[in-house]
Design a protein around this ligand. Structure first.
Ligand code: COA
Length: 341
């Protein structure tokens, strides 16, 4: 007779936290003046319209795997953990130029992590916040113990540097966090969603299927309807931010930091205004010297705030990512420790 007391309940964690944060910015700094060598624009126009002064471009061989390995090792160091304590590796990126094999197992093997669950997740510039929600829920469900989450993109390889609507917006970089169990809840519930009807506002052109059908071997590049994306982000994300606060019963007065996706400084300013953020709340401004690194943007912005003292570990921060899809995701977090690097 079969035992009726068999239970599929897992040993789960009630609460989760980001236990450590690491970042990697490629060495090569590209100024607005250098970008303007190929487009009809100016340093002044770019700074006024977007807030961007510089961005980092990876060397071609500095793929998401290369950047991710360094950021992830720094996140482990910050958490005071070693590779054998990680059982799952999750990579959020839209620029894994080798899609088969995907990035997560390649990063895991380079770090010496033994047979972890390894998968990639694609949600454009909202990728990191999607990954954080998935990682936190996997730990809470007991499906994983400690997860390495890497968010990053190598945007420069997929840009048309002669397109003045997109060439100046993007940069390269990666950030990583260890997500694990915690006595206190340090990752709040996610609020996420999408508007696929506006999907074409940020797209790859030509698509891989168009290339196959037409035998047009033109290099695919990112195309963006900037003003449409601007309107969507600036005017919808305030409402999403309020939903995130409400989901944790928190008000703007409780916040220490606001870390939105670094898409455009003017988008950030509209959201800050719409939320009526008190001046005591530190607002991420990594876009100035890093530009928009897509899935790398939020962990890199967190890293800058912690490194420069704009925020400190344990501070309550509102994260919100948004971008291609069009998709968005955000949550409240307690900021993690940073590696010494
Ligand atoms: N340099 C100089 N002039 C430019 C230019 C450039 N790089 N790009 C566009 N212009 C011109 C346009 O031709 C237009 O001229 P006109 O008024 O004579 O017609 C004018 O500047 C305004 O163009 P517009 O596209 O409306 O500018 P904008 O204020 O919307 O700024 C972006 C453009 C791209 C900075 C802005 O739309 C944006 O940031 N969008 C969101 C992008 C984003 O976040 N993408 C990623 C999402 S995750």
């Amino acid at each position: 007779m079969r035992c009726m007391s068999v239970s599929l309940a897992s040993t789960h964690a009630t609460n989760t936290a980001m236990l450590g944060l690491g970042a990697y910015r490629p060495a090569r700094v590209v100024s607005n003046d250098e970008v303007c060598e190929k487009i009809d624009s100016s340093d002044e126009w770019i700074q006024t319209r977007s807030g961007i002064k510089n961005r980092h471009f990876a060397e071609p061989e500095e793929s998401i795997v290369e950047m991710g390995v360094i950021a992830a090792q720094r996140a482990l160091d910050a958490a005071g953990m070693t590779a054998d304590q990680i059982d799952t590796v999750l990579v959020a990126s839209s620029s894994t130029f080798t899609q088969v094999p995907h990035s997560a197992p390649q990063i895991a093997v380079r770090l010496g992590i033994d047979k972890p669950g390894s998968f990639d997740l694609v949600a454009g510039c909202a990728g990191f916040c999607h990954g954080l929600a998935v990682a936190s829920d996997l730990v809470k469900a007991g499906s994983a113990r400690n997860i390495l989450l890497i968010g990053g993109d190598q945007m420069s390889l997929g840009l048309d540097m002669t397109d003045r609507g997109s060439a100046f917006i993007f940069g390269d970089g990666a950030g990583a966090v260890v997500v694990g169990p915690s006595e206190e809840a340090k990752i709040g519930p996610v609020v996420w969603g999408s508007d696929g009807e506006q999907g074409a506002a940020i797209r790859q052109e030509p698509s891989w299927s168009d290339i196959v059908i037409s035998e047009d071997y033109r290099r695919p590049a990112l195309q963006m309807e900037g003003p449409s994306v601007f309107r969507w982000a600036a005017f919808s994300m305030g409402k999403v931010a309020r939903q995130i606060l409400a989901a944790s019963n928190v008000t703007v007065d409780d916040l220490d930091a606001f870390i939105p996706h670094q898409a455009n400084q003017r988008i950030t300013e509209v959201i800050v205004h719409s939320l009526k953020l008190p001046e005591t709340v530190a607002v991420a401004d990594d876009i100035v010297d890093t530009a928009n690194t897509s899935a790398g943007s939020i962990p890199l912005a967190m890293e800058k705030m912690l490194r420069t003292g704009q925020a400190k570990p344990g501070d309550l921060a509102l994260l919100i990512g948004f971008g291609s899809g069009l998709t968005y995701a955000g949550q409240l977090v307690r900021l993690p420790r940073l590696s010494a690097e």
